[in-house]
Design a protein around this ligand. Structure first.
Ligand SMILES: [Zn+2]
Length: 185
C-alpha cells in the first residue's frame, strides 16, 4: 500500500490504451464504489472487482486495518471471492479491475491465479508492480503473463486516493494542534 499518491507520474497519459470497452468503464465504476466503502471504514480507498463472462464474481476493498490482515488488499479480497465462486484457485478467463496499480504481493498472487487480464486505474509510482516500479504481471521469466490495461479512469481513481490522504493529513494536524492547546498535566 502506498504511503501517498498525490503525485501521479507525468509520463503516463490517462487511458493510454485503445482497447478500453464500455464494460471496462462500467466495471471500474464498480471498483470505485467499493473503494468508497473502504474509505468509510478509514481504510485507504482501493476497490476491486473480478469479472467472468460479463458478470462480477468477486468484490473487494482494502480492509487491512479492519481485519488486522496485511494481505487484505482489495485485489486479494476480490480474488478470494472469485476463486471460491469458481471453486478453483485458478481464475482462468477472468478480468480483475482495481482502482490502483497492484503491489508486488498482489501481482504475485495474480500470476499464480492465472488471471487473464488486469485493468487498473491510478498508477502507483512508489510500489506499482504492473509497470511503474516492476512489471511482474508481464515478467517473461515467470510462467504466466497477464494482459494489462492501466490508466483507466486514472484521474477519478487518483483523486479519490489523494483526497483521502489530504483529509487524513489535515486530521492529524488538527489533533497535534489540539494537543498543544491542552495542558499535558
Ligand atoms: Zn496489493
Amino acid at each position: 500500500m502506498p504511503a501517498d499518491l498525490d503525485q501521479q507520474p507525468q509520463n503516463h497519459s490517462e487511458a493510454s490504451h485503445q482497447d478500453i470497452s464500455a464494460e471496462d468503464l462500467r466495471m471500474m465504476q464498480q471498483a470505485l464504489a467499493l473503494a468508497a466503502q473502504a474509505e468509510a471504514l478509514g481504510e485507504v480507498p482501493v476497490g476491486a472487482v473480478v469479472v467472468y463472462q460479463g458478470d462480477i464474481i468477486g468484490r473487494g476493498y482494502n480492509r487491512m486495518i479492519t481485519d488486522a490482515d496485511p494481505s487484505a488488499h482489495a485485489e486479494m479480497v476480490a480474488m478470494r471471492e472469485a476463486a471460491a465462486w469458481l471453486k478453483n484457485y485458478r481464475t482462468l478467463d477472468t478480468t480483475l479491475y482495481v482502482t490502483l496499480e497492484p503491489c508486488p504481493m498482489c501481482a504475485g498472487m495474480l500470476v499464480h491465479s492465472r488471471v487473464k487480464r488486469v485493468v487498473f486505474g491510478a498508477y502507483d509510482a512508489k510500489t506499482g508492480a504492473a509497470g511503474s516500479v516492476f512489471n511482474l504481471l508481464q515478467e517473461p521469466r515467470l510462467n504466466h503473463q497477464v494482459e494489462l490495461c492501466g490508466g483507466v479512469m486514472a484521474e477519478a481513481c487518483a483523486t479519490q486516493l489523494s483526497n483521502f490522504f489530504r483529509q487524513r493529513r489535515a486530521a492529524k494536524k488538527a489533533l497535534k494542534q489540539a494537543a498543544k492547546i491542552q495542558p499535558s498535566d
